[in-house]
Design a protein around this ligand. Structure first.
Ligand SMILES: C[C@H](O)[C@H](O)[C@H]1CNC2=NC(N)=NC(=O)C2=N1
Length: 98
């Protein structure tokens, strides 16, 4: 069962993500990050790898791609805000770089 992150949960799982460039979205319980790549192939290759995890975990990003840039927003629509699944996908996205 997915639940909205508690105040303590936020501190422990979100702070490390803020350190890697994730930030809170204004006026919404969601996090966002802009990923930059060398070129379109690198960007789309990364999206493809991230998409496999999103589908496996049934947790999908809001994202858009323009050439070498991918803008990602993560939130859990079923609970109307951030859950541990967003942190899990964010960590995976960071880990898939390179
Ligand atoms: C029916 C389906 O399982 C749900 O809508 C899933 C799919 N992917 C999802 N992705 C995200 N980011 N949040 C959700 O609440 C969500 N729910």
């Amino acid at each position: 069962m997915t639940e909205k992150l508690s105040d303590t949960g936020r501190k422990t799982v979100l702070e490390p993500l803020f350190a890697t460039g994730w930030e809170m979205v204004e006026d919404r319980d969601a996090i966002r990050k802009t990923f930059k790549f060398d070129d379109f192939t690198a960007a789309f290759g990364w999206m493809t790898r991230a998409a496999m995890y999103a589908e496996k975990w049934n947790h999908h990003p809001e994202w858009s791609n323009v050439y070498n840039t991918v803008e990602v927003t993560l939130s859990t629509h079923d609970v109307g805000g951030l859950s541990s699944l967003d942190a899990k996908l964010a960590r995976k996205m960071d880990g898939l770089i390179g």
